[in-house]
Ligand binder design. Structure first.
Ligand code: IFM
Length: 479
């Protein structure tokens, strides 16, 4: 039989699989001064000269606050059966403490009702990086009180939406909040203090534990509570003991520091040892680890690219090739002797290498790390320099290939025994990519930022076919 005639086995997913897309409040909503919302740390940061590419801000973003009905209709047209969004803390609790603003909560009620009416399952993320500025002024995540404020906020949102939203995520990528926000300073609030970053990591863990308890105190028991982690898939450059130790260091700092206490009730000993020159961790109080170690209903994983490291030769201070933005301060505390390497092969517009094997590896790792717990891919996707053609359509074959490869990796993990229940493409729409402003387009749907017109890219059409049939469509050349 000629090779071209070889039948291709269809890649089919379990019938209940969730085919979703993800977004976050500050990246899409806009309307930053409406209905009682006050500034978050990202409003302050993006309005500070030099912090974001082109001075871009989320003031308007993609105007989802006003266009949410059309956006839900678009999701329905694309056949999605799940949508992950985040709630803007300063929209529902402007000072980060005290009573909620009903108008803010009402927006999310309307959004959820619209989703449910369209047959789309909502997943709420409580914290996707937009801390109310007043809480940062009081010390932010390095202060213990912020964890208690988060629990109060979680209870407010849980009480308002818990009757209609079943899937909850406490925090999105606490690594970014702690280490990009307080370590390298490339994210809001832009601080560069190693001890503050480690304190922030612990208080985020505490917030997750307290928030989980708070949510469960007001929600029906059937609801699921999880956390979204972006643990690096770390690959040592060689099997040398020095490179293996470097990989271990980065694994502890991106993964163990969060899943250690969250899933196992303890920080890794190797992490405590490596960070000892910076802190004695005395901010961890008696009983904290028990509070953080709540039983969870699922674990959510965000994956984009693997991280290749070696023991550094020579001076590796200065901007890092670790894909998280340039800063003279490394987010990798206590790892000054680790070098980051750009893997060969294809890269996205972020400079991140395309490697679906990393997603398979990550899933299988958490299949072991959290035995018996369902797993979700709460983010996966790629930025490319998408532009409309003369006929107004947007073709993004690289993104189709990226999604196809990564969804196949998910399916392989399912075949290998992992209980992966859903996949949320990052992102539904082009949006505000943090310090990169609007330069980087992650959307399956193109947004014309002048007119706010939405144009589904060819990847959105491809993904829609996958979502409708539960089977990956062929990847047509030139799509
Ligand atoms: O846009 C971000 C998102 O907010 C969090 N995870 C990574 C995405 C791409 O950088």
């Amino acid at each position: 039989m000629p090779e071209s005639a070889t039948p291709v086995t269809p890649v089919t997913f379990p019938p209940a699989f969730l085919w979703g897309a993800a977004t976050s409040a500050y990246q899409i909503e806009g309307a930053v001064r409406e209905d009682g919302r006050t500034p978050s740390i990202w409003d302050t940061f993006s309005h500070t000269p030099g912090r974001t590419a082109g001075g871009d801000t989320g003031d308007i973003a993609v105007d989802h606050y006003h266009r949410y009905r059309d956006d839900v209709a678009l999701m329905a047209e694309l056949g999605l059966n799940a949508y992950r969004f985040s709630v803007s803390w300063p929209r529902v609790q402007p000072t980060g403490r005290g009573p909620a603003v009903q108008r803010g909560l009402d927006f999310y009620r309307r959004l959820v009702d619209e989703l449910l009416a369209a047959g789309i399952k909502p997943t709420v993320t409580l914290y996707h990086w937009d801390l109310p500025q007043e809480l940062e002024d009081a010390g932010g995540w390095p202060e213990r009180d912020t964890a208690y404020r988060f629990a109060e906020y979680a209870q407010i949102v849980g009480a308002a939406l818990g009757d209609r939203v079943e899937q909850w995520i406490t925090l999105n990528e606490p690594w970014c909040t702690a280490f990009l926000g307080y370590g390298s300073g490339v994210h809001a609030p832009g601080r560069t203090d190693p001890v503050a970053a480690l304190r922030a990591a612990h208080h985020l863990n505490l917030a997750h534990g307290l928030g989980t308890v708070a949510l469960r105190s007001v929600m029906p028991a059937r609801n699921s509570v999880a956390i979204s982690l972006n643990t690096s898939v770390v690959r040592p450059l060689s099997e040398s003991p020095a490179d293996l130790a470097a990989a271990r260091r980065i694994d502890d700092l991106s993964g163990g520091i969060f899943h250690g206490p969250v899933l196992h009730g303890a920080y890794p000993g190797s992490l405590l040892e490596a960070t000892a020159p910076v802190t004695d961790w005395s901010f961890v109080q008696g009983g904290d680890l028990e509070l953080i170690h709540q039983p969870l209903d699922a674990v959510c994983l965000n994956y984009y690219t693997p991280t290749v490291v070696s023991a550094a030769e020579g001076d590796v201070r200065g901007p890092r090739a670790d894909g998280h933005g340039a800063s003279d301060h490394s987010p990798w505390l206590g790892a000054d002797d680790v070098a980051f390497h750009q893997p060969p092969g294809e890269h996205t517009a972020m400079g991140w290498s395309v490697d679906p094997t990393g997603l398979h590896e990550l899933i299988m790792r958490y299949h072991r790390e959290a035995p018996g717990l369902p797993l979700y891919i709460s983010e996966n996707g790629a930025a490319y320099d998408d532009k409309p053609g003369a006929d107004g359509t947007v073709h993004d074959p690289e993104r189709i290939a990226y999604l196809d490869g990564h969804l196949k990796a998910v399916r392989r993990a399912v075949a290998d025994g992992a209980d992966v229940r859903g996949y949320y493409l990052w992102s539904l729409l082009d949006n505000f990519e943090w310090a990169y402003g609007y330069e980087k387009r992650f959307g399956a749907v193109y947004v014309d930022y002048e007119t706010q017109e939405r144009v589904p890219k060819s990847s959105a059409r491809w993904y829609a076919r996958a979502a409708r049939t539960g089977t990956l469509p062929p990847v047509e050349p030139g799509e």
